[in-house]
Design a protein. Structure first.
Length: 408
């Protein structure tokens, strides 16, 4: 700007007025002199197009990731950071993260998928508040792509978070997941913030007032925390857990992971939570794990006994050796007509004959299904061996890979 002013003043008030003379006097190109004489404001500089040799063949790889994201679940798509990490791990790419970010931004513009979000920073005291939310994601269980419901509990002071998966987002799962989260953090937060989950809220009243479900009130009273709820359709009021859900899903559930069963999935989630304790959240001066250690003394103490989460009822074994529980039939190694006590949790159905546990099954959330164990029919098959070939329990074992084809 000062150079333009000097050229214009010299041309107007000085001894040199020709373009050639001004260019020689100021040591610049004649084109720049003409620009200065035409306008007091310098023209915008054009960004130079520089080669990016370190990207190499990564451009098409990144383009393929972004194209694949268009058919992936919306919340399980790549971030620029995740793409950069995958390029380093899978292709040995040494390009800087900023270079990859520029490439991703450019390709997203070309594909028409560029989005931007803004977040409002928050500050909280140790142990003062945690936020809870459900989210869903796709995983592969035993080779089959399925949707699972995930519960996240995030500390707002330390940024520590706990994630656990369930087949369905029931009230039992909602309470079990929080109890597991309390044990992970080593205590209970003074206040938990939720949106208007049906598991906790029966009716939304005026403002922040809610009519809460009786079981949730009992759970809250047992653990001693206060509950607050967001206004309807205002997810920004619990932006901490919303952001955590996105971060966790992008870093640990992209690409879609595979597991042998749900137990292996939850072991993976717990391991991810532990590994995330080594990261730094935003501009915080310490790691998440160090902050969790400072926060733990400020948490409410854990109750000596957990909240009674299982549902109990009584039933009888029918003529097919099954007990009907919540719309499905579960096998039991007992004689028809035997009375049993059922204990139902979010993931398991247990059957008791008196004080003895006689059968355990993974809970089925479909309706009208038979969940059978071939071993429960051994005594009957001893007397009726011809029934084995067409037994439904045998067909289920074959489908699950528990009965080798070489046996029959």
């Amino acid at each position: 700007m000062e150079l333009f002013e000097s050229i214009r003043r010299e041309e107007r008030f000085g001894e040199t007025s020709s373009v050639r003379g001004l260019a020689r006097q100021f040591g610049v190109h004649r084109r720049l002199v003409r620009q200065a004489l035409a306008s007091a404001i310098p023209p915008e500089r054009k960004a130079a197009s520089r080669p990016k040799p370190k990207l190499g063949g990564a451009v098409e790889r990144v383009r393929a990731m972004l194209v694949a994201d268009q058919s992936a679940p919306r919340k399980q798509r790549h971030t620029a950071h995740r793409i950069w990490a995958r390029l380093r791990e899978e292709a040995g790419c040494t390009a800087a993260e900023s270079t990859v970010r520029q490439l991703v931004r450019q390709l997203r513009r070309e594909l028409g998928t560029e989005t931007r979000e803004t977040y409002v920073p928050q500050s909280y005291g140790w142990g003062a508040e945690a936020q809870v939310d459900w989210y869903e994601a796709e995983v592969e269980i035993a080779g089959e792509r399925v949707k699972r419901q995930f519960l996240s509990l995030r500390s707002m002071a330390s940024a520590g978070a706990f994630h656990i998966s369930f087949e369905r987002a029931t009230q039992q799962a909602f309470l079990e997941g929080q109890e597991a989260g309390f044990r992970y953090f080593g205590g209970v937060f003074a206040r938990l913030r939720y949106d208007n989950l049906a598991s906790a809220v029966k009716k939304v009243l005026r403002g922040y007032e809610r009519e809460q479900s009786e079981r949730f009130i009992a759970f809250r009273s047992h653990w001693g925390f206060a509950a607050e709820f967001c206004n309807p359709a205002r997810g920004n009021e619990k932006g901490g857990v919303e952001g955590e859900v996105g971060r966790f899903r992008r870093n640990h559930l992209v690409p879609v992971p595979s597991f042998a069963n749900d137990t292996e999935l939850n072991a993976y989630l717990l391991d991810c939570c532990r590994r995330d304790e080594g990261r730094r959240a935003g501009e915080r001066p310490m790691t998440v794990g160090a902050a969790m250690g400072l926060e733990r003394p400020h948490l409410l103490p854990l109750a000596v006994e957990g909240f009674p989460l299982t549902e109990h009822s009584w039933a009888r074994v029918d003529g097919k050796g099954c007990v009907k529980v919540k719309g499905n039939w579960y096998s039991a190694p007992l004689a028809a007509g035997t009375e049993v006590r059922t204990a139902v949790s979010a993931v398991q159905v247990a059957l008791y004959a008196g004080p003895a546990l006689v059968a355990e099954h993974r809970r089925c959330y479909e309706h009208g299904r038979q969940i059978l164990e071939l071993e429960h029919y051994l005594e009957v098959l001893w007397r009726k061996p011809g029934a084995l070939a067409g037994a439904t329990a045998l067909a289920q074992w074959r489908q699950q890979g528990r009965w080798p084809a070489s046996y029959l």
